[in-house]
Design a protein around this ligand. Structure first.
Ligand code: HEC
Length: 140
């Protein structure tokens, strides 16, 4: 009895797999070249990986309300280093969070290159720390 159930499950699974394959082939013929349909699922983005973390939720809100995005992207260097590169460089310790928050407030250059980060005197130290905790969370 158990063996027959197993057989049934295998046959059902095969039928399902074949059906799905045919469908994908049909639709890819009708639309774009088949390469797109056959491509493996993209790697999970850092946003998706951390979006439910309270540190993420608290930090991104404050980052969005400031000008950080002018010079920083999560995964790509633009004017400033990417958040992922910053997260790779520093452990998320209280010491590093304080040091980097002070740098966000005061601005500065010399760690990643000669380009200068503008100072952010209007931010509170607490806001800067929440932003830095969010950035240091974004490890690959
Ligand atoms: C005018 C462009 C600019 C803006 C706006 C900006 N940054 Fe930066 N940021 C930089 C540059 C350039 C560096 C690299 C500085 C260096 O090499 O020391 C940097 C570096 C950093 C670092 C790493 C510092 C270090 O010493 O390793 C952190 C953290 C950071 N930025 C956070 C922020 C946050 C948070 C905001 C928004 C409040 C922000 N930045 C806004 C350009 C900018």
């Amino acid at each position: 009895m158990r063996k027959r159930n197993l057989m049934f499950a295998i046959i059902a699974g095969l039928a399902f797999a074949c059906g799905g394959g045919e469908k994908a082939a049909e639709s890819s013929e009708a639309a774009a070249p088949a390469t797109e349909a056959a491509a493996p699922a993209p790697e999970m983005s850092l946003e998706d990986k951390y979006k439910d973390d309270p540190i993420y939720i608290k930090g991104i809100e404050k980052v969005k309300n400031s000008d950080c995005a002018t010079c920083h992207m999560i995964d790509r260097k633009i004017i400033g280093p990417s958040y992922a590169d910053i997260a790779a460089k520093y452990e998320s310790t209280e010491e590093n969070v304080s040091m980097l928050a002070a740098k966000v407030l005061a601005g500065g250059a010399g760690v990643w290159g000669e380009v200068m980060m503008s100072p952010h005197p209007a931010l509170s130290e607490e806001d800067a720390k929440d932003m830095v905790r969010y950035i240091l969370l974004l490890k690959k």
